[in-house]
Design a protein around this ligand. Structure first.
Ligand SMILES: Nc1ncnc2c1ncn2[C@@H]1O[C@H](COP(=O)(O)OP(=O)(O)OP(=O)(O)O)[C@@H](O)[C@H]1O
Ligand SMILES: [Mg+2]
Length: 264
């Protein structure tokens, strides 16, 4: 009986080894994917660092060229230096922030908070600042939303700020931005930021959370000094809080970003 089992049917040991090698294979593939993404990100970062540095270098060379420069020339060059320095600062800060968030040895400050109070307070804050001027802001959260979520408050604020800033940046005057929250059947809280902005082409949606992906620089307003890492930061934070983020969008109509968090 013993030998039959050994040669004819897969033994428990064989099955376990098969399962283990499958898990190892999957982990190895993930590692390769992560390494490829990291290499691509480093290449992109070097490129992104070079562009503002070149502009700053050119502006300095222009000022030092000894030509008869007018006041406007000086002001123009200083503005270039100022704008491009902000580019660099944002890129370096966001890169560092993303590395910290992804570093699982750095603990999050988890706190159990009442979702309605947290969202209410957040919305009051953004309504009070003039950052979102010329947009119509709506709060669409039921008064009887009764649930507790386990979050790092500061990081969750960063998530909402990034999504709200995108909603503002990629929409025009008088566009509507709504903060919505509903409990799903499966005991999760779905928090959405909905805008009536320019939307995202369908083919781009699966890639927008990648660190290495930009839809098109022509879509970003000229005055923007962003790093392009905003949604990667959002995804990294949400996943460390055991959540998921999804995006639905129709070009020309608007976008909805939904964070789904487990409820306690
Ligand atoms: N609400 C939105 N509406 C339309 N397009 C969006 C929206 N949110 C994001 N996108 C698109 O996804 C891309 C990635 O967004 P992400 O926030 O990561 O970078 P960014 O806004 O370009 O730069 P940063 O957030 O660092 O300032 C954007 O460049 C933009 O094309
Ligand atoms: Mg952004």
């Amino acid at each position: 009986m013993k030998s039959k089992n050994k040669f004819n049917a897969p033994s428990i040991e064989n099955k376990t080894i098969e399962e283990l090698s499958m898990k190892l294979f999957v982990a190895n593939e993930q590692l390769k994917k992560d390494q490829k993404e990291r290499t691509e990100m480093l290449a992109n970062i070097s490129h992104d660092l070079r562009a503002p540095l070149t502009a700053i270098r050119n502006a300095i060379d222009f000022i030092r060229s000894g030509q008869n420069l007018s006041t406007e020339d000086y002001i123009f060059s200083l503005n270039v230096i100022d704008h491009r320095t902000k580019n660099l600062e944002n890129l370096i800060n966001d890169m560092y922030y993303l590395f910290c968030v992804e570093d699982t040895s750095k603990e999050f400050d988890f706190e159990k908070v009442d979702a309605l109070s947290f969202l209410d307070e957040y919305f009051l804050d953004i309504e009070g600042c003039n950052h979102y001027e010329n947009r119509k802001l709506f709060f669409d959260v039921p008064d009887d939303l009764n649930c507790t979520i386990n979050i790092d408050i500061q990081k969750m604020i960063r998530v909402l700020d990034n999504l709200m800033t995108n909603a503002y940046k990629y929409s025009g005057d008088e566009a509507c931005i709504t903060l919505n929250a509903v409990l799903s059947d499966s005991d999760r809280l779905n928090i959405s930021i909905i805008d009536t902005g320019i939307g995202i082409p369908q083919d781009d949606i699966p890639h927008i959370f990648n660190r290495t992906y930009t839809v098109s620089s022509s879509r970003t307003p000229n005055s923007s000094t962003g790093s392009g890492l905003g949604l990667s930061i959002v995804k990294a934070i949400v996943e460390r809080m055991n959540g998921k983020i999804t995006c639905e969008s129709i070009e020309g109509k608007g976008s909805t970003f939904t964070i789904s968090l487990p409820v306690i």
